[in-house]
Ligand binder design. Structure first.
Ligand code: VG1
Ligand code: CO
Length: 553
């Protein structure tokens, strides 16, 4: 192989955030920018981990994926990686990548996605490194990548032609380097079949007596081929059960984020039809939204709690048992109550899927979730949208209940955590930081708030969430400011780590209700007093000039 060593200079800000490096496409298009970050990644991990070994590459089909896959293949060859496993046309969902790493015993993966952020020439792009367990690289690795990016002087790239990724095939380049193009969907379907009873699901979906019909919105993201294969071909649902199922480089101009705002088209269709189950997934297929008849909305915090409470209806957990449960800190405390009832270990981790991996590897965690439409389990090391939909189908089939019935039964048993998140996007960074500084005074001096009464809520504690990993004992500080009330209700403030410009402020409200007369209120109505308190205490409007959030979920 002829290797070219190309002289380069460091770019500022190649620091991976909550989920990899995410920037505007135009930033990645600067000459050398993408190559630098890929080389920094290889510099951080190649010598001890990847040399002569296997690397999985896959992207969500967004603009720039085809070009960047070819660059990474050539750089992998130059950096002495032995084998690259890549999906057809460079396409793999994030959960499919995680599964492939594990199924094929690869040593790492590079995922090309900016998840739910818009794509296209004016949109976002991203590069994320995953490690041997199939999960996002822990902070120790991402910090090392950043350090390498600051010192880089050259990158290495092999002089080989572009590889034909249009169909599964093996391409050998001599000197120990090969590229294996695999079907994007096959291996993932095999995994799902090992977790769920497809025959029982097929029987449920197709029995007219159940009046079952589903609608899944793939939002022109990567899940189209996966959802079509599983829900239509395998489970026998009508071919129009899956919408927007052709992955497009710009997601059809949309914002592939499965929530009530951006998946409004699905919500409308559910309201105006008799579909009994609705779902949507994001650009890279790790997020999901679950809806019932007429668009009945299941919050992600409730979804993970319901799946955990009904674990025995899912063959994989029925066999392996439930090892433990976990949620990210801002996620509502609905899951906590399930863990207490089932008497299993429970963990509260910082935002971002990478914090669940160690617990799963240590066999202490089975099911986990985040309020940001992320649900998953230890079958892989990423959250998994299609898996969550299959869990819901399994629960509906086993209990012969509607989505709404499942939820109401859950709230009646456990009480209900009303939950909402307010996002203020593209806020001037200085303004966002002054608001955080203002809130920090309550952390420094909790006596300013503790004992104070806001309506029916009394402040019990104020802190800045810190986490010590129970497995490797690594410490993550400043993960969000929490105001916790005596009944367990909470207000949380944190800045996003996935935005591509300016700052995004997230305000999370979690309010616990046990009064059986108040279990089916509109969440915004139920939460109004606490939301007003959150805005008042943070002086958000004063600091940022924003009167309304950009998105409410
Ligand atoms: C957001 C969510 C977080 C999620 C992350 C990645 O991060 O809040 O829960 O893990 O996105 O999601 P932040 O730092 O912006 O709040 V995604 O689907 O990459 O895949
Ligand atoms: Co995603």
């Amino acid at each position: 192989l002829k290797i070219n060593r190309v002289t380069t200079h460091p770019f500022d800000g190649q620091k991976p955030g909550t989920s990899g490096l995410r920037k505007r496409v135009t930033v990645f298009q600067q000459p050398g920018y993408t190559e630098n970050f890929v080389q920094a990644t290889f510099d951080a991990v190649t010598l001890n981990v990847l040399r002569g070994k296997k690397l999985v590459i896959g992207g969500d089909g967004r603009f720039l994926v085809p070009e960047v896959v070819q660059i990474i293949i050539k750089m992998a060859a130059a950096n002495e990686i032995g084998r690259v496993i890549v999906g057809t046309n460079g396409i793999l969902s994030t959960p499919a990548v995680s599964n492939l790493v594990r199924a094929r015993k690869a040593q790492g993966a590079i995922i090309l996605t900016a998840s739910h952020n818009p794509g296209g020439p004016e949109g976002d792009f991203g590069i994320k490194y995953n490690v041997e367990n199939g999960g996002p690289a822990p902070e120790g690795v991402t910090n090392l990548i950043y350090e390498c990016s600051k010192k880089i002087q050259s990158y290495s790239i092999a002089d080989i032609p572009n590889v034909d990724l249009s169909k599964p095939a093996e391409h050998s380049f001599g000197s120990g380097f090969a590229v294996e193009v695999v079907d994007s969907v096959d291996e993932y379907v095999t995994c799902m079949k090992s977790l769920f009873d497809f025959a029982a699901l097929r029987a449920y979906c197709s029995d007219p007596a159940n009046k079952f019909s589903m609608l899944v919105d793939c939002m022109h993201g990567v899940t189209g081929p996966y959802a079509t294969r599983i829900f239509v071909n395998e489970l026998g649902n009508a071919s129009n059960s899956v919408m927007n199922n052709i992955p497009l480089p710009d997601f059809g101009g949309g914002h592939p984020d499965p929530n009530l705002t951006y998946a409004a088209a699905l919500v409308e269709k559910m309201k105006n039809s008799e579909h009994t189950f609705g779902a949507a997934s994001d650009g890279d297929g790790d997020r999901n939204m679950i809806l019932g008849k007429k668009g009945f909305f299941v919050t992600p915090s409730d979804s993970v709690a319901v799946i955990a409470a009904n674990f025995a209806h899912i063959p994989y957990f029925k066999q392996s048992g439930l090892k433990g449960l976990a949620r990210s800190m801002p996620t509502s405390a609905a899951l906590d109550r399930v863990a207490a009832k089932l008497n299993v270990e429970f963990f509260e981790v910082p935002t971002g899927w990478k914090f669940f991996g160690n617990l799963m590897d240590a066999s202490r965690l089975s099911i986990c979730g985040e309020e940001s439409f992320g649900t998953g389990s230890d079958h892989i090391r990423e959250k998994d949208g299609i898996w969550a939909m299959l869990c819901w189908l399994s629960i509906m089939a086993a209990t012969n209940s509607s989505v709404e019935d499942v939820l109401i039964k859950h709230w009646t048993t456990f009480g209900r955590n009303y939950f909402s998140r307010y996002d203020y996007e593209e806020v001037d960074s200085d303004k966002a930081n002054s608001m955080v500084a203002h809130l920090q005074q309550f952390v420094a001096n909790p006596a300013l708030l503790v004992g104070k009464q806001f309506g029916r809520f009394t402040v019990a504690s104020v802190d800045d969430f810190a986490y010590t990993d129970p497995v490797d004992h690594s410490v993550s500080l400043h993960q969000g400011i929490r105001i916790i009330f005596a009944d367990g209700s909470r207000i949380i403030y944190r800045l996003s780590g996935t935005g591509s410009s300016g700052a995004t402020i997230r305000v999370y409200i979690d309010s616990f209700e046990t009064d059986s007369a108040k279990l089916t209120m509109d969440a915004q109505v139920a939460l109004k007093p606490l939301i007003e308190t959150a805005l008042e205490l943070s002086k958000l409007t004063e600091f940022t000039g924003r009167k309304e959030p950009t998105v409410i979920t």
